[in-house]
Design a protein around this ligand. Structure first.
Ligand SMILES: [Zn+2]
Length: 381
């Protein structure tokens, strides 16, 4: 999570002052109530307990119920943090000796990003709709130097500074939504490399292999804590590698084509391959690509990958020299007997997968995954 601080336009000042007054009112009420409760019972209220007391008052105060909850939570938290029985009284009365700076909290369900637009100048402007009580809305315009439309908003606090300027402090997910790239790519999923693209980029995972010895030692020593830690390390590293690779793919491409991995029936045979199939992370790879593509507006296609290893990606013929069947798994490179081109086995397959995807899009043939007996979803172990 990170916080973006955006300046709110001055035209909203009066309205914000008024709402901030309601927040202060609620704050002072819970502050007094907490103190009274402490005196009587010797116990502090939690934010949750306070909610019970203030329930339903949003309508009178003109505040959203979740804003009230946020006030209670902040009160309970600050009281704990400052180790105080009672916190400062809040007021925004202009003639008050100690004026509190305005503060209005909102939670996710009360926040809606309406629009971001370019309107003269260099800065973007965004409009945000915030829910108050009973269908009442507060609509604010902000100067937007971040482009809010790229982010997922989590919470929003409206705050005032000592110069009477108002800001929206918005917590967002760390990474903005990236629009996808413009290229096309095919991907061959494998074991030697978990994934190879038609451009020759490779994702190598092999974490189980890397940690095998360390893990064996820990297991022999019966060190359960260590074994657990190594498993977590393997899993996290695998996850991280896949994340980096898939993010880059979506960043570069507008179309991503992946094979349906139906020939991977060896996963259900209890061979050594089963383990490395899991280690290759195909399921996770596909899952991440799918949601990242959706998020960025990139097209994601799964195609039938039959013959993509055997076919020459240059002349599109299957020659005698091409790798065939399980026995050929060890063949990493080969020369096409028809056209004489040398191929890296995986890159050639990835190029063919891309070609199948492009052909299908050109003809518009719908493809349903699941025509195969084993599909990649079974590979998660
Ligand atoms: Zn050829």
């Amino acid at each position: 999570m990170k916080t973006l601080k955006l300046r709110i336009k001055d035209k909203h000042v009066n309205q914000l002052n008024k709402i901030a007054g309601s927040v202060n009112y609620a704050w002072n009420y819970v502050n007094a109530l907490s103190f009274e409760h402490l005196k009587r019972t010797d116990k502090f209220f939690s934010g949750y307990e306070l909610n019970e007391y203030i329930k339903g008052s949003g309508e009178y105060l003109g505040l959203h119920s979740q804003s009230l909850q946020a006030i209670n939570e902040t009160h309970a938290k600050s009281r704990k943090q400052f180790k105080k029985a009672k916190l400062n009284w809040r007021t925004n009365r202009p003639d008050a000796k100690r004026k509190s700076l305005g503060w209005i909290p909102f939670k996710k369900s009360a926040i809606k990003h309406i629009a971001t637009r370019q309107s003269g100048g260099l800065c973007l402007k965004s409009t945000i709709q915030l829910s108050l009580s009973k269908g009442q809305k507060l609509i604010i315009d902000v100067f937007d130097s971040y482009n809010l439309s790229l982010y997922q908003i989590n919470t929003l606090e409206i705050v005032q500074d000592s110069r009477n300027r108002w800001y929206a402090c918005i917590t967002v997910k760390e990474y903005p939504k990236q629009p996808c790239g413009t290229d096309s790519v095919g991907i061959d999923l494998g074991l030697t490399e978990s994934a190879t693209t038609s451009n020759g980029d490779k994702l190598t995972i092999k974490q189980t292999q890397k940690w095998a010895n360390t893990l064996a030692i820990a297991q022999r020593a019966n060190n359960k804590k260590r074994v657990k830690a190594i498993h977590a390390k393997i899993k996290n590293t695998r996850q991280d590698l896949i994340h980096k690779f898939t993010t880059q793919l979506v960043k570069d491409n507008a179309l991503i084509v992946v094979g349906d991995v139906k020939s991977r029936s060896f996963t259900n045979k209890k061979t050594k391959l089963a383990k490395s199939t899991y280690d290759a992370g195909w399921f996770e790879f596909k899952r991440q690509l799918e949601y990242k593509c959706k998020h960025a507006g990139c097209q994601f296609e799964i195609v039938n990958e039959s013959y993509t290893t055997q076919t020459c990606s240059h002349c599109r013929k299957i020659s005698d020299s091409s790798p065939k069947g399980r026995a050929s798994l060890g063949i990493r490179g080969w020369i096409c007997a028809k056209c004489g081109r040398w191929h890296n086995r995986d890159i050639n397959a990835a190029k063919n997968i891309l070609a199948v995807g492009l052909d299908r899009l050109a003809v518009g043939i719908p493809f349903r995954e699941g025509g195969s007996q084993i599909n990649i979803d079974d590979c998660q172990g």
